[in-house]
Each structure stands twice: as C-alpha cells, then as structure tokens.
Design a protein around this ligand. Structure first.
Ligand code: NAP
Length: 248
C-alpha cells in the first residue's frame, strides 16, 4: 500500500531535475500523475512511459506554466481525464542570474512570470475543483534563497520570497475548506539548474552547508510525499526547508 494510493497529482515542470524525481516518487507511492514540461518533449515522454510501467496512470502535457490561459486549459484536461486534482505541486522554475546593475527588464519579467505568476495561474484554476472535492494539498517550490536572499539572484530571490507570502495567504484563505498549502525551500540540490554554476561557487556553497553534502531530487521528493499525503494532514501554511541545515 502506498502513501498516495488513489490520489491524483498535477506537477509542473516534471520533465527533469527535482520535478522528475517527484513524479517518480509519487508514482511509487501509488498516485496517478500528470506532469508538465515546456520544451523537453523527449524526456517527458520517456518519463511518462517509465511511470506507466509502475502500474499507475501518467500523462505528460506540454504547457507553459507562466501562461494563464494554458494553465486553465491544463486543469480542464486533467479534470476531463482524471476526474479530480488532490495534489498540485507548483515546481516549474528558471534562473536568469546576474547582478542588479546588469539585470535587464526581460530577465526580471521572465523569472517572475515563470516562477511566481505560474503559482498564481495554477492555484487559481485548481482551487475550485479542490473546493468541490472537499480537500486538497498545494505544494509550492520556493528556495532558501527566497528566505535569505543571494547576490546575483535578486529576480529569483524575489520570486521565491513571493511564493512564501502567497503560500501563507492561501493556507489562511482555504484552511477551513480542508485545503492545505505549503512551501518547500530546497537548499543546494544537484540538478541541471545548479550544474551551470562554476566550481568556486559550488565549493563556497558546500562549505556553508552544515551537513557537508548537496541534496538530491529524491530528498525534495520525499518532503513532497509527506506534505501531499495524509501524513501531513495538519500541516499548512509552512515553509519546509530541505537544505542540510543551511537555513539554520
Ligand atoms: P531544472 O532541472 O532546471 O528543471 C526545471 C523544470 O521546470 C523542467 O522540467 C522545465 O521543463 C520546467 N519548466 C521551466 N519553465 C517552465 C514553464 N514556463 N512551464 C512549464 N515548465 C517549465 O530545475 P530544478 O533544479 O529541478 O528546479 C525545480 C524547482 O526547484 C524550481 O522551481 C527551482 O527554482 C527550485 N529549486 C531548485 C534548487 C536547486 O538547487 N536545484 C534549489 C532551490 C529551489 P523543460 O524541461 O521542458 O524545460
């Protein structure tokens, strides 16, 4: 028996990195999984096949999380094909790092739209079916950078801090309707997003992590299982750091 048996989960940005590990872990725990991607079609289709082999239903859908009407169409498609949404994981995210003096309007807008507006887009459309279903769990992927900032990431840090305020507000708005909303703040997790950082930056990060190791996508996925499942039934409005004690 899995911790997520009978649940339907919608996960944005599931084709690679942390999102792909959440998709795998959710399927292993018995959830039917719909996940989105923007451009990695091959990886998404391969992952869909892998998940179908695990005995649950899976569907990969190309959908830009930053686009309000695409988010609306996505939620409709999930409801048509799966009947409900028990868990929404707003995981899609990008970085466009540069110092403030060099940051252009486009780098600001793109990061805010993909990382923050996407969370509004998906929550807005998934909330009504959750209300109808008399329950749900929303998990938003923030970052430790949203808690304490980071030079060269003002756009990213602002988007991730915005997610925390949004999460707490939604938890207060819909708590009485049995809908929970939490954020996860990963520290330094090894994925393609962090692969681009130079060795010196990585070493610097590592020296500041009390547990002296980087995190994995699976570490974050495990936290998503807790918050998405009934194990987290009385946990809402919280920011759970998965960071090897970096945020301590
Ligand atoms: P990643 O390896 O770069 O993967 C990003 C995922 O998001 C991909 O599946 C990508 O799809 C998808 N995506 C990007 N823009 C999208 C859009 N507009 N619409 C739909 N999907 C989109 O990143 P990651 O490291 O796994 O990060 C996942 C989340 O964790 C992000 O929100 C990130 O900010 C957060 N986070 C990561 C770390 C870390 O150390 N890695 C730390 C803290 C927080 P395509 O494959 O199609 O491009």
């Amino acid at each position: 028996m899995g911790l997520l048996d009978g649940k339907v989960a919608l996960i944005t940005g599931g084709s690679r990195g942390i999102g792909a590990e959440i998709v795998r872990k959710y399927a292993k725990e018995g959830a039917d999984v719909v996940f989105t991607y923007r451009s990695s079609a091959e990886k998404a289709i391969a992952l869909q096949k892998e998940i179908e082999g695990m005995g649950v239903r899976a569907e990969a859908i190309q959908s830009d999380a930053a686009d309000f009407s695409q988010a609306e169409a996505l939620v409709k498609q999930v409801l048509d094909n799966f009947g409900k949404i028990d868990i929404l994981i707003n995981n899609a995210g990008i970085t466009k790092d540069t110092l403030m003096l060099r940051m252009g309007e486009e780098q600001w807008d793109q990061v805010i739209e993909v990382n923050l507006k996407s969370v509004f887009n998906l929550t807005k459309h998934a909330l009504r079916p959750m209300l109808k279903n008399r329950g749900g769990s929303i998990i938003n992927m923030s970052s430790v950078v949203g808690v304490f900032g980071n030079a060269g990431q003002a756009n990213y840090a602002a988007s991730k801090a915005g997610i925390i305020g949004f999460t707490k507000s939604i938890a207060k708005e819909v708590g009485s309707r049995n809908i929970r909303c939490n954020a996860i703040a990963p520290g330094f997790i090894e994925t393609e997003m962090t692969e681009v950082l130079d060795e010196k930056t990585k070493e610097n990060f590592l020296s500041n992590i009390p547990m002296k190791k980087l995190g994995t996508g699976e570490d974050v996925a495990n936290a998503c299982v807790f918050l998405g499942s009934d194990m987290g039934a009385y946990v809402s409005g919280q920011v759970l750091s998965v960071c090897g004690a970096l945020n301590t």
